[in-house]
Design a protein around this ligand. Structure first.
Ligand code: NCD
Length: 309
């Protein structure tokens, strides 16, 4: 099936074959960006951001601009008619005439899915509440593919806020579909991965998952370490956030026993969970990861627009 005209709301909405196609095209675009610099001439990307964002919105904008297209949108719902009480459905009914493809970030889980019912152009979920963040997963996967070659036979530790972290939810669901992946999920007991999600991937893909509270213990055996921030904005009580916010801090000594070719990833923004000293370690690839996010989003945009089939 073609990706042209489709929405991307949940990572399960695309097959493994389609995922690999997006990643391969993203890597081609990364190695030869000039070739694609005019490919979206005359096309418009609309960005509807109802929740703060730096990388997701600006990498989408950069992707479209690097392909000769244009962008419009809002990064603060308070400056749009939402403030006057306009519904998401009405906003979409109008904006799908103003743009050829839309990216939406929203604090309420399920809103991009709802929006896709009203849109005649592709809608991409740029993160909905604590639910899913499929294009961050594409960013994570293109980075793994670039630095590990293939996405298979890898042991990955995911550390931090596994309860509220939408990047974690999308990543776990997606990586579970690749051959022979093993997961170590590290979090405080209060911020464990939702049981329903854990059960889903175990039942569907038969993956091995170990849950632990210790970051140090698994260090020698893992191929990838995916750090995440504690999601302050999702806590009901500030005191809980304050108690948990510094649960894990990766520093250079934590990495003493780690593999030489460990890949350290983070969706960013980082707060305290990775000490800045780690940035100089060649295994720290989170800034490269953010860069690759532009190319994988370029690939996604052209495939959903049908500019490349
Ligand atoms: C993430 C998000 O918005 O979920 N940021 C991003 O898109 N790179 C991660 C986070 O906010 O912690």
């Amino acid at each position: 099936m073609q990706l042209k005209g489709r929405h991307l709301i949940d990572p399960d909405g695309i097959t493994l074959e389609e995922l690999n196609k997006i990643l391969s095209l993203g890597l081609q675009m990364n190695s030869n960006p000039k070739k694609y610099s005019e490919i979206c001439k005359g096309k418009i990307l609309g960005t509807l951001f109802y929740e703060p964002s730096t990388r997701t919105r600006l990498s989408f904008e950069s992707s479209m601009l690097r392909m000769g297209g244009n962008v419009l949108g809002f990064s603060d719902a308070n400056t749009s008619s939402v403030k006057k009480g306009e519904s998401v459905a009405d906003t979409i009914r109008v904006l799908d005439d103003y743009a050829d493809i839309l990216v939406m970030r929203h604090p309420s889980e399920g809103t991009p899915a709802l929006a896709s019912n009203y849109s005649t152009v592709p809608i991409i979920n740029g993160g909905d509440g604590w639910h899913q963040h499929p294009t961050q997963t594409l960013t994570d996967l293109i980075t793994i593919k670039k630095f590990k070659g293939e996405i298979e036979n890898l042991k990955i530790a995911i550390c931090g806020d596994l309860l509220f972290g939408r990047t974690v939810h999308s990543l776990l669901k997606t990586l579970s579909r690749f051959p022979n992946m093993e997961f170590i999920l590290i979090s405080p007991p209060e911020l464990k991965i939702p049981k329903v999600l854990k059960d889903e991937v175990i039942n569907k893909y038969n993956v091995k998952i170990t849950e632990t509270t210790s970051l140090e213990e698994c260090m020698a055996e893992i191929d990838i370490l995916y750090m995440t921030r504690i999601q302050k904005e999702r806590f009901l009580k500030e005191e809980d956030y304050i108690r948990l916010k510094d649960s894990y801090i990766l520093n250079t000594s934590t990495l003493d026993n780690a593999k030489e070719d460990l890949l350290i990833l983070h969706p960013l923004p980082r707060v305290n969970e990775i000490h800045t000293d780690v940035d100089n370690d060649p295994r720290a690839k989170y800034f490269e990861q953010a860069k690759l996010g532009v190319y994988v989003r370029m690939a996604l945009i052209v495939l959903l627009l049908g500019v490349i089939e």
